[in-house]
Design a protein around this ligand. Structure first.
Ligand SMILES: Cc1cc2nc3c(=O)[nH]c(=O)nc-3n(C[C@H](O)[C@H](O)[C@H](O)COP(=O)(O)OP(=O)(O)OC[C@H]3O[C@@H](n4cnc5c(N)ncnc54)[C@H](O)[C@@H]3O)c2cc1C
Length: 264
């Protein structure tokens, strides 16, 4: 396919060029990937949008520019450790030097490195859409389709929680994942989210409600995971039943870690 490149100098220009047959070119690691799902005829190069490469300290929150690469964020001291852990799920340093946080979110992949963590942490996106800047909770954004027209500008993330952890299951760090689970506990509330291969990215309030019960057992959590009304399918990484089992067990492990005052 012959592609047209457009270089833009403002976020407004970028958003004005976006349509169904165009894509925002950030790091290009998904767009240029073999068998990529992004089939754009026009690529909107955002290299010159330096204002989207800034990380800002907002006291309890950090505002992350959408064009920051994984590696830049890992090396930035304003980034909370729990996000750094998820950023390191991308094992290849070469890829981390190119791939951006905004691009990762917009891909909405069912094996997303970051989305389970960002959803559990209740991140908010600032996007440019229909010529207006809008604030969208990430838990709403994940219901959209990949390669959405809205331009992600910044991601606002709370810096500290009582407990937060994310776990990624894959054969090797470079392999595609079966499951990424994240749990946040704060002010007595629990939030759980997962990226489940073949199914998608979900906030999981049923599991979170069960996890709030002080005496919840591993069997109960596995039972709830089995009963979740989600389109989880068998694939070469594991059966649907196995993915559900893993989800229940992981939540129990995280609860135990939280009770011991584990990972923050
Ligand atoms: C071998 C290989 C394995 C991979 N495995 C995984 C994996 O396991 N998990 C995973 O999550 N990803 C994986 N990826 C995909 C990719 O590396 C990451 O998701 C990366 O973070 C995408 O960011 P990017 O900047 O490179 O996006 P790009 O490739 O530049 O763009 C990807 C999409 O995001 C949109 N986009 C980019 N920036 C914005 C923005 N600011 N606002 C709105 N839309 C935007 C584009 O329009 C396009 O549709 C893999 C890639 C490769 C090559």
């Amino acid at each position: 396919m012959t592609r047209t490149y457009i270089s833009v100098t403002t976020p407004e220009d970028a958003a004005a060029q976006k349509c169904e047959t165009a894509a925002y070119l950030a790091g290009g690691t998904e767009i240029n990937r073999l068998n990529s799902n992004v089939e754009a005829q026009t690529l909107i190069s955002m290299k010159k949008l330096q204002e989207l490469k800034v990380v800002e300290d907002l006291d309890d929150y950090v505002a992350i520019g959408a064009l920051c690469t994984f590696q830049e964020l890992i090396e930035n001291e304003l980034i909370p450790d729990y996000l750094r852990k998820a950023l390191l799920f991308m094992g290849s340093r070469q890829k981390r030097n190119m791939a951006t946080i905004g691009g990762n979110i917009a891909c909405l992949r069912d094996d997303s490195y970051l989305l389970a963590t960002l959803v559990a942490a209740d991140a908010e996106l600032f996007v440019l859409e229909n010529l207006m800047i809008r604030r969208i909770p990430i838990r709403d954004y994940i219901k959209r389709e990949p390669n959405d027209d809205a331009l992600i500008l910044t991601i606002n993330l709370k810096r500290n929680f009582d407990f937060v952890d994310s776990k990624r299951y894959a054969n090797t760090v470079e392999s595609l994942s079966t499951l990424v689970v994240s749990m946040v506990k704060d002010a007595g509330q629990i939030s759980i989210a997962a990226a489940i291969k073949t199914a998608g990215i979900y906030e999981l309030p049923e599991l979170a409600a069960a996890a709030m019960k002080p005496d919840v057992t591993e069997e109960e959590l596995i039972g709830i995971a089995y009963d979740l009304d989600l389109p989880i399918e068998d694939d070469f990484r594991g059966s649907a039943k196995y993915k559900r089992y893993l989800l229940g067990v992981t939540v129990k492990c995280m609860l135990e870690a939280a009770a011991k005052g584990g990972v923050r």
